[in-house]
Every structure is written in C-alpha cells, then in structure tokens.
Design a protein around this ligand. Structure first.
Ligand code: AMP
Length: 283
C-alpha cells in the first residue's frame, strides 16, 4: 500500500526512519494530473533508490496567470491509484498552508542570471523564482539522495541545478528524457484541457521542432524559427509564443546554424487557451 502524507512532520518521521534503516530516498516533485511522463520519473527513481517519494502540490507561487492556476487539473484520487500501481512507496500531498506556514512571500533571493531571463523566464514573470521557492522548501522537507526531473522543463532543470549549488546540497539531480504521445506531442498535465480539435492540431508543436532539427544546417537561424513558427500559426487553434535556438548549456542565442554546436530549440505555443512548452536537442 502506498503511504500518503499531508503533513510535513509525519512525512519527515517516516523518511528519517527509512534513512536509519539504510534506505536511499528518490524524490519526484509534481503538480499532479499524472501521466506517463511522470511515471517515467517514478520508474527511474525506483531503479536507482530504495524508496520513492512523489509529491503532488500545485504551487501557487509559480503561476503568473490566475486562470492557469485555477484551471490546472486536480485529480488526486486517480493520481494516488496510478502511483500505487507504479509501486511508488510514498505520496506527499500537502496543503498550501503546510508548504508555506508563514505565507507565500519568498524567503530567499537568487541570482540565476541569464538562464531565467529568456524563453519561459521572459514570458512568465516570476515563474522560476516560484519554482525555486517551492523546490527548495520541498527539498528541505524530503532531503532526498536523488531528485528526478524531466527534460520537458528544460530551463527548470538548469535552474534547479543552480539552486542545488546555492543550497550546497548533496542531492543529485537526475534529468529524464521527454515522454511523448504517439503523434509526438510531449505529455503534459495541461493536455487534458485541450478540446478534440485542439488536441488534433497540437502535435504541430513537436513537428515544428523536429523540422528544425532535421533542417538545421540547411537554413539560417532566422529562417528556421520563422518557418517553424509559420507551421504552427497556420493551424486554426495554434499560436506561437516563442521558438528559439539556443546554446544547450548557457542558453545564449545561436547565431550561425552552419557552425553551431550544442544547440537546443525551445518553444512555447498556445493551443486554444492552453499554453504548451516543448524542446528538443538539435545538435
Ligand atoms: P509537473 O507536474 O508538470 O510540474 O511535472 C513534474 C515533473 O515531471 C517535472 O520534472 C517535469 O519536467 C516532468 N515531466 C512533465 N512532463 C513530462 C514528460 N512528458 N516527460 C518527462 N518528464 C515530464
């Protein structure tokens, strides 16, 4: 049976007892509405660690859009059943008051530099500050040996890497590959909000990234992103927010597609009212 905790103290007591027994702890933080992408992280943790803790917490401080927060899918009973069948040992599902007992104001300030100024950082004010705030709090609660996150949130992984440095944490960050639907759409909890027509068109996001990957040396950076953006915007329900080719380690802009190395393409697009993100390593 999966153990479910809503309270920090009870969870910590359980985890400490596990550590005393010599068990290693893997941790998968999520916002719920779980899908196979999340389960791939659970599986990676189960392979590497003795005990896997999954948290489900829709963190209000990382949303810059009230409607997105309000409409974020919440299906805790289904999630619990899925985690149970995946063999996850612990579910932590705290309230906002439990995570932020003295209010949601940030306690720490970070200078993450350029990596939070572009793409998601530019489009979603305060997003990464909210992510860092909640992940720090959750890491201080769980104190895992390993932390499992998805490449799906590419910049988030970079930010958490820096956060772990700030915290001088011993926790190891393990980044897992993007799990996709058969038509290429990156799995996401927000996909549940797509209508049938929107869902049918949504695969264009990953198709446009793959097109860039396949034609990277054939066009200029400007043409690559302009063409991919057009591919998306031609669809009735789709609208590009950004598509950018950047250095995969620094996120500096790529200038010359003929010679560039270590390139990632990062994108966000609206499909109907739902904002989706995706990325792909190009070279
Ligand atoms: P979320 O519930 O969206 O906050 O995501 C929780 C974790 O699951 C994050 O580390 C995500 O990067 C990861 N994740 C979300 N979607 C996918 C996916 N399609 N493939 C792999 N990991 C994912």
């Amino acid at each position: 049976m999966i153990k479910v905790f809503q309270e920090v103290e009870a969870l910590r007591a359980y985890i400490n007892a596990q550590k005393v027994e010599g068990n290693s702890v893997g941790y998968v933080p999520t916002m719920g509405a779980l899908h196979e992408g999340h389960l791939s992280l659970i599986n990676a943790s189960k392979k590497a660690c003795d005990i896997t803790v999954c948290s489900i917490f829709v963190n209000p401080t990382q949303f810059d859009n009230a409607e997105d927060l309000e409409k974020y899918p919440r299906i805790l009973d289904d999630d619990q059943a899925l985690l149970e069948s995946a063999g996850c040992e612990v579910l932590f599902a705290p309230s906002v008051a439990e995570v932020y007992p003295s209010g949601t104001a940030a306690k720490h300030e970070y200078d993450f530099g350029y990596i939070v100024k572009v793409c998601e950082g530019a489009s979603r004010t305060g997003h990464f500050e909210g992510v860092a705030q909640v992940v720090r709090r959750l890491l201080e609660i769980v104190e895992p040996h390993s932390l499992f996150m998805g490449q799906k949130d590419y910049q988030q992984c970079m930010v958490i890497n820096k956060l772990l440095e700030y915290m001088q944490s011993d926790t190891e960050l393990v980044i897992c590959p993007i799990i996709r639907e058969t038509d290429g759409l990156a799995m996401s909890s927000r996909n549940r909000r797509l209508s049938e027509a929107e869902r049918a068109e949504s695969a264009i996001l990953s198709e446009s990234l793959r097109w860039i990957k396949n034609h990277f040396r054939d066009y200029s950076v400007n043409d690559l992103t302009a063409i991919a953006s057009m591919m998306i915007n031609k669809r009735k329900h789709c609208k590009t927010d950004y598509i950018e080719l950047r250095h995969s380690k620094t996120l500096e802009m790529i200038e010359d597609s003929a010679t560039a190395d270590q390139v990632v393409v990062l994108a966000a697009a609206y499909v109907g009212p739902v904002r989706l993100i995706d990325n792909m390593i190009v070279v």
